[in-house]
Design a protein around this ligand. Structure first.
Ligand code: SF4
Length: 635
């Protein structure tokens, strides 16, 4: 039984796959013959496939043969800046399919050469990617193939690497630079896709009897895989596709285990072709291919990343993600909620570092979509958790009015204030609260799929009221005279607020005279002196009196109203047996019907009217029974 193993990381990398897919998409869009500047990929089978789809390679030397309006695609290796200008000057439609990882290097090189650094590129000076990168620093880069550098270096250095370079060469470059005693800035721009493929090939080639490296003969990264594998496994071969497989690799039963790896420019269908022709047991084939599919996914949604700002457009910021093959993009609206996002974007500078979270693995341009706002929200959640744990009161601006309550955004995190928690009383129309700052406290805090961050203003108001009431009650004593404001009326009296506590002035305690309704003598908002006549804190009962602050009218009545004297009074009630005359509030005297007139009177109303002022003689005063007898006719 023969085992065929596929290297854990093998085949198409993100950048090449993206460039091929882009070219096919662009061709469909223009529906005519389109061109790529140089072969899109170092793989003859794929080149043939592209040609079948009306996509042809053209070199810069032959560019004159193209016409105005022809479409040309820049391959994943990228090109020098001036090449873009040149192509556009010729009226060509230029589509850029440069691998974002390579774009990242170009931008770094451009930035730091402008800042006065000498650029060092580790790589092959004749490789299109290196030539392209060099074109972003006016072709002045010092290019080293093996990490060795000239002695006459005096300026500050910025070093980058060709994406397909070996790690050991990069280490050598760093060693050389370290010995120079210069200001050095280094960016390890070796693409992980390359490193991973090389490491996987290294690992697998040590374990198998034979290795097959699949990929274009002119592909540098495939050649590197071949060299690495050959060092570990003497029976290593390099084939472009299944048709080149030697018979001994198909039928040789001495090869009990065969390893397969493929360069970054080898599509899955070519690898499958090789595997299929082996016609043998394919151990874990599906698993392995699945692994291949996943080999470039290194982010997950929600990952926190930090990167350097590479450029800004009218509504986006491009961020370099060190160690990742693609750059990230943050739209202005995902920048912040703490201030105007456009203003914030203006303040950010190229070269600044920025933290954000991954919200989409890849957009249509191949960028990782980031949100700084989501990152900001995380910090807000931490802050909110502390506010919740400590029961801290904080300011919340009302951003939205909802049917069931209010919404406030705390540094991007949504807080809900239910209608029942806005005030101590139910508020029907909440619209006036929009934009207002409320003091609130969190009463519920849970994160997860259904995050709940609930705040309340009511608990704060209730606590304040309770505090005020506590102080007020402790200051009350029966007999105290206090100031109170009339707040509302009831059938049995009026309620007045004293130091925040509602107290009752019973109808009988409003005046010494008889009154039917409290509103007859009081009105809302009146501020009066009141006497505390009873209190019960536990039952929340405070009894107040107005009348007890004025003298009892029947006190000293005999001295005030001596018999036979004549008084002026007001008719207040009439009935069958006579008329009641008010001498002062709370003190009425009775004129018997027989004492009204010398003429015959059948009913007092025949001669008297309510409210009329009359003079009367005091016939007798009975202080004990609170009776005063009067006579009008004897005056
Ligand atoms: S940089 Fe990496 S991902 Fe991009 S094309 Fe090169 S090998 Fe592929």
């Amino acid at each position: 039984m023969r085992i065929i193993k596929i290297a854990k990381n093998a085949g198409f990398c993100f950048g090449v796959e993206r460039a091929v897919a882009e070219a096919l998409k662009i061709q469909k869009q223009y529906n005519k013959k389109i061109y790529t500047l140089g072969p899109l990929i170092h793989n003859n089978d794929v080149v043939k496939h592209l040609e079948d789809n009306n996509i042809f390679s053209i070199s810069l030397e032959n560019i004159d043969t193209l016409e105005n309006g022809d479409v040309i695609v820049i391959r994943s290796h990228g090109v020098a800046k001036e090449v873009f200008t040149e192509l556009e000057k010729r009226g060509l439609i230029v589509k850029n399919a440069t691998c974002p990882f390579v774009t990242n290097i170009q931008k770094k090189v451009e930035k730091f050469s402008k800042e006065g650094y000498d650029i060092v590129i580790l790589g092959d000076e004749n490789h299109p990617e290196v030539m392209g990168i060099n074109g972003w620093c006016d072709n002045k880069a010092i290019i080293t193939k093996d990490g060795l550098l000239p002695d006459n270096l005096y300026n500050k250095i910025c070093a980058v690497s060709q994406t397909t370079e070996k790690k050991e060469n990069w280490d050598k470059t760093l060693d050389t630079l370290a010995s120079k005693e210069l200001e050095v800035l280094t960016f390890n721009t070796i693409c992980l896709a390359t490193t991973e493929r090389q490491e996987s090939a290294e690992e697998l080639s040590k374990k198998v009897d034979a290795m097959i490296v699949v990929g274009g003969k002119n592909s540098s990264n495939t050649t590197k895989l071949y060299n690495i594998s050959k060092e570990n496994c003497v029976h290593t071969i390099h084939v472009e596709n299944s048709s080149e497989l030697p018979e001994e690799y198909i039928y040789n039963n001495n090869f009990k285990s065969i390893g397969i790896t493929a360069g970054a420019s080898t599509p899955e269908w070519i690898i499958r072709g090789v595997i299929n022709i082996m016609q043998d047991e394919i151990n874990n084939k599906e698993d392995q291919l699945q692994m291949m599919d996943q080999m470039d996914k290194r982010f997950i949604i929600g990952d926190e990343v930090e990167g350097e700002i590479l450029s800004k457009t009218r509504d986006e910021i491009l961020v370099s993600l060190v160690g990742y093959k693609s750059d990230g993009v943050i739209s202005f609206r995902e920048l912040t909620t703490l201030c105007d996002s456009t203003e914030m974007a203006e303040k950010l500078c190229i070269g600044d570092t920025i933290k954000a979270k991954v919200i989409k693995l890849q957009n249509s341009d191949g960028y990782v979509v980031l949100s700084r706002l989501e990152f900001e929200k995380d910090a807000a959640y931490v802050e909110l958790q502390t506010l919740f744990d400590n029961g801290t009161i904080f300011d919340a601006k009302v951003d939205e009015i909802k049917e069931k309550g209010l919404v406030s955004y705390f540094k991007g995190a949504r807080i809900f204030i239910p209608a029942s928690q806005i005030d101590t009383k139910f508020i029907d129309n909440k619209d006036y609260l929009k934009g207002q700052i409320l003091k609130v406290k969190l009463i519920e805090f849970s994160l997860g799929r259904t995050s709940k961050i609930i705040a309340s203003r009511r608990v704060i108001l209730e606590a304040e009221i309770a505090k005020i009431e506590e102080i007020a009650w402790s200051g009350f004593n029966v007999g105290d005279i206090v100031k109170g404001e009339i707040k509302r009326f009831a059938k049995f009296g009026a309620f007045a607020q004293v130091n925040g506590i509602d107290g009752l002035i019973h109808l009988s305690q409003i005046s010494w005279k008889h009154i039917n309704k409290a509103e007859e003598v009081l009105k809302k908002g009146d501020i009066l002196d009141l006497k505390i006549i009873d209190l019960n804190k536990e039952a929340n009962k405070l009894s107040l009196s107005i009348k007890q602050l004025t003298p009892e009218p029947w006190e000293n009545v005999t001295e005030k109203y001596p018999e036979d004297s004549v008084v002026l009074g007001k008719v207040v009630r009439l009935n069958d047996f006579g008329a009641f005359i008010e001498l002062e509030p709370g003190l009425d005297g009775l004129v018997h019907i027989s004492k009204i007139s010398y003429d015959r009177v059948l009913h007092p109303s025949e001669v008297l009217t309510i409210g009329e002022e009359v003079k009367a003689k005091i016939l007798s005063v009975d202080a004990e029974n609170k009776r005063v007898s009067l006579s009008i006719k004897d005056v």
